[in-house]
Design a protein around this ligand. Sequence first.
Ligand code: ARG
Length: 456
Amino acid sequence: MDKMWAGRFSKALDKEADDFNSSIHFDCKMYKQDIKGSIAHATMLAECNIISKSDADAIIKGLEGILTDLESGALGFDFDAEDIHMFVEAELTKRIGDVGKRLHTARSRNDQVALDIRLFMRDEANDIIALIKKLLSAILVQAEANKETILPGYTHLQRAQPIMFAHHLCAYAMMFIRDIGRIEDALKRMNFSPLGSCALAGTTYETNRDMTASLLGFDGITLNSIDGVSDRDFCVELMSAFALIMTHLSRFAEEVILWSSWEFKFVELDDSYTTGSSIMPQKKNPDMAELVRGKTGRVYGDLMAMLTILKGLPLAYNKDMQEDKEAIFDSSETVKKCLSVFAPMIETMSVRADKMYAAAGEGFINATDLADYLVKKGQPFRSAYKTVGQIVGKCVAEGKTLETLTLSEYKKFDNLFEEDLYADIDLKNCAEKRISAGGTSVESINKQIEYIKRFV
Ligand code: ARG
């Protein structure tokens, strides 16, 4: 097939160079956006009397037919076409004849592709927000059921202080809520139509860019035609937001993996989200969580690729920019897959409150509370801290716990100790006492749950 630009050339493009140059294998994903954009463009061309109303009607009918046939499978992509834009235009002309050749008036593939990718990524970003909301719902199910489930909170992966499992889960919800905010911010900034910027300089036709912008659901138009075709900041912004979602998923995945190990046994993943081993009959592996952790690398890589593609590009359009698509498609596809499997995995996991409680009972995680007890009785915190350190030392040496030490043993360290100390170091009380705003008390958890519910 002759290229659209064959008139200028005396020789055909080398076969390998042609394959190298072609993007239809991946930009065919944007067929719907490309056709929607073309319909809006044809509508505007007729309204502005740049093409006739009857030509526009024929073009629009032709484009709608192509869309229907692509969706039904009656029409397949021609992978010899250079890209999705060339394919749709060629197919249109095949169907309606020379009238189809009027569609590309006052437009270039440069603004066309800039438009398509915005439209495509706008949908993707909204899908991802919906999936994050499903994950928030899954977290809420577990948080509501575990408001009073005690587990050791960790710092340095060393048992630190008792917390409620719901409090730990809500921490992840806060991260995902910020992720929604970041995507929404990016969406606001990117929702301006580049269509009509043409190749780079605008056009001599009296077009109406506001009309196409509003037909396509944009908040306005990009104000500089060079920027309109060269800008891929929105890709970087979305991919950064996606990378951070993966960071959060990966941290969560890491904990799920640890918690499902025999060493912790805090949770058991449902059979439908675990796999067995080909050789070890006893195994139940958290593959989904591991894959989410592993796929984080891909999404980071995609972001790096995008940034590197843009770095050093002179204005305006350069073919390098064709490389944006595989990176950003991979990034959003991966995030969608990870969120889709992660949410039900969390919702169906069973929580071993007994194991969490047992772990909380070891490691002296109520030592801070014992120090606070002495402070309540009048000791300065630093002295109380030192005394409790010595008590813990004695317990470690003698294989005792703070709960099993007798009052007379306590009194040898400080006469301020009384029988009521035991209530103060009871694990449940320790967590429940953390009434400061944002702390692990049930009251604070209830407030967090109410807040999270506003986003689902
Ligand atoms: N396939 C191209 C891309 O994805 C479309 C734009 C081509 N523009 C051009 N001037 N060659 O970037």
